[in-house]
Write a protein that binds this ligand. Structure first.
Ligand code: ES4
Ligand code: ZN
Length: 330
């Protein structure tokens, strides 16, 4: 059995996934049509041809355009269900999904249809396939603290459906400490906390996420490797890194998959995991991300299992559920 075959068969978790980043061009055009809204691109091929990014912002500009056709609860349901169906076929057994409410609120789409559509799809996936999930509301860091507080207020009637909060969008110039008070309020509400840090931003932003915000996890974290003391701190605190190989390649965080730092992260004792981030934009879902690591970096069988195991231990599943999944892995 090849490592590729093994990686496909393994039960996997996804801990870093933006649901709006799973919007495939074909589905985007179909929903645009039924909502009678126009996209900037006239064909699927023209849109796909635009998916060439040199940095995070290039991608975000298209990502916000793409999500602009989502208007109704059914749109959010269909988007989420299409993703869940895809990863169920890849033996993903647990997902922790981000959504960006401000990307929709700013267009006049209220909180309720967003979360109801996403949540109902997650529930249906559990009923159909036993796939478990957590939902993470993410704040857009290029917007103000006030906007984040307003979003949290709108989320309050739905807190039973929300497991954690995150921080995403344009990193440089928007350090975690900008949202210190918002995350304090979230913590008081019992929400888990994660933040994108060290994707394009400096190690200082990862320090802030840990020491000021008190994150339970770090999304990406690539640039933490520039700071030895930071590496030690991430280990001491047992913080999981949600690493996204194809995302890193497409956004030029790494220039070649053979230079991807994930093997180094494992060798340093960091709890790295494999995730797809925005699979419709970055060229692949969970199995493609594993395949790119196997083909590009030459990870070993032991490293493959370590990554899958880290995905279970780094998840926000209840401890007894983690135990079950760990047994299923070997
Ligand atoms: C994102 Cl790859 C990435 N980084 C930061 N924010 C994001 N939102 C969606 N994908
Ligand atoms: Zn991300």
């Amino acid at each position: 059995e090849t490592l590729i075959e093994l990686s496909k068969k393994m039960p996997k978790t996804e801990l870093h996934l933006h649901i709006e980043g799973t919007f495939e061009p074909e589905q985007m055009f179909a929903i645009a049509q039924r909502n009678q809204v126009k996209l900037k691109y006239s064909t699927v091929d023209a849109l796909k041809a635009a998916y060439q990014f040199t940095n995070l912002q290039d991608f975000l500009d298209l990502y916000y355009q793409g999500m602009s056709v989502l208007l109704h609860e059914a749109d959010f349901y269909d988007l989420t269900m299409a993703y869940l169906k895809k990863v169920n076929s890849e033996n993903v057994v647990h997902v922790e999904i981000f959504f960006d409410p401000q990307g929709h609120l700013s267009r006049g789409v209220s909180f309720e249809p967003q979360i109801r559509g996403i949540y109902n799809a997650l529930q249906d996936a559990e009923k159909k396939w036993g796939m478990t999930s957590k939902l993470i509301m993410s704040f857009l860091r290029h917007l103000s603290e006030e906007s984040a507080f307003d979003t949290l207020e709108q989320a309050k009637p739905y807190l039973a459906w929300i497991d954690g909060v995150g921080l995403d969008s344009s990193e440089v110039g928007h350090p975690p400490e900008k949202f210190l008070r918002v995350f304090e309020a979230c913590k008081k509400l019992g929400l888990k906390i994660t933040a994108h840090a060290g994707e394009e931003g400096p190690p200082e932003y990862v320090w802030q996420a840990i020491n000021q915000i008190g994150v339970d996890r770090i999304d990406h974290g690539n640039r933490a490797l520039e700071d030895d003391k930071l590496i030690d701190t991430i280990k001491e605190r047992n913080l999981t890194l949600t690493v996204c190989p194809l995302s890193n390649l497409k956004l030029c965080v790494v220039t070649d998959m053979k230079d991807h730092p994930i093997k180094n992260m494992l060798a340093l004792g960091l709890h790295a995991t494999v995730n797809s981030d925005d699979p419709a934009y970055f060229g692949g879902y969970m199995n493609d991300n594993y395949a790119s690591l196997i083909n590009g970096t030459g990870i070993s069988k032991d490293e493959l299992f370590q990554l899958a195991q880290n995905g279970i231990t780094g998840s926000w599943m209840e401890d007894h559920v983690k135990e079950q999944h760990l047994k299923g892995l070997h």
